[in-house]
Design a protein around this ligand. Sequence first.
Ligand SMILES: [Mg+2]
Length: 174
Amino acid sequence: MTSQSQTRPALFLDRDGVLNEDRGYVSRWEDFRWIPGARETVAAFNRAGWLVFVVTNQSGVGRGYYTEDDMHALHRRMAQDLASVGAHIDAFYFAPHHPEAASETYRHPDPPDRKPNPGMILRALAEWPVDRDRSVMIGDKPSDLEAATRAGIRGALFPGGDLSRFVADQRLPT
Ligand SMILES: [Mg+2]
């Protein structure tokens, strides 16, 4: 049971194109480049008492380009690097399934977690004490915003550039 007073707003972040440059199926730290202002944005929302989640489609796993272990290793490196600036992600949610996945394990005609489906966000809402009305999803694709809308979360479309400036321009409350 969670009372309203215990809930916190959540910032849902797409990964590729919002936190890091989307170079297509990024799976190695050597290829990972933070978006300007991304780490500072996470830190600012942490300080403001928000929950911060990554919700990322990772069909590269389903397609066999890299493994879940590779992806977890990359997320650990991201977390270490964020910690060095006093920032943290509360949970990483990922969607490895794809309709044309090479492996049957990851093949699904319409994966419920894969954006634009809202599965990852709904899972976070079920697992954490989130104040849905004050929460925001930042994505760089319409499918990110559709997932947010279908989960009852406000969406903001990031056009690129500096993420902390975008957050300020959107008047997101940190
Ligand atoms: Mg993206």
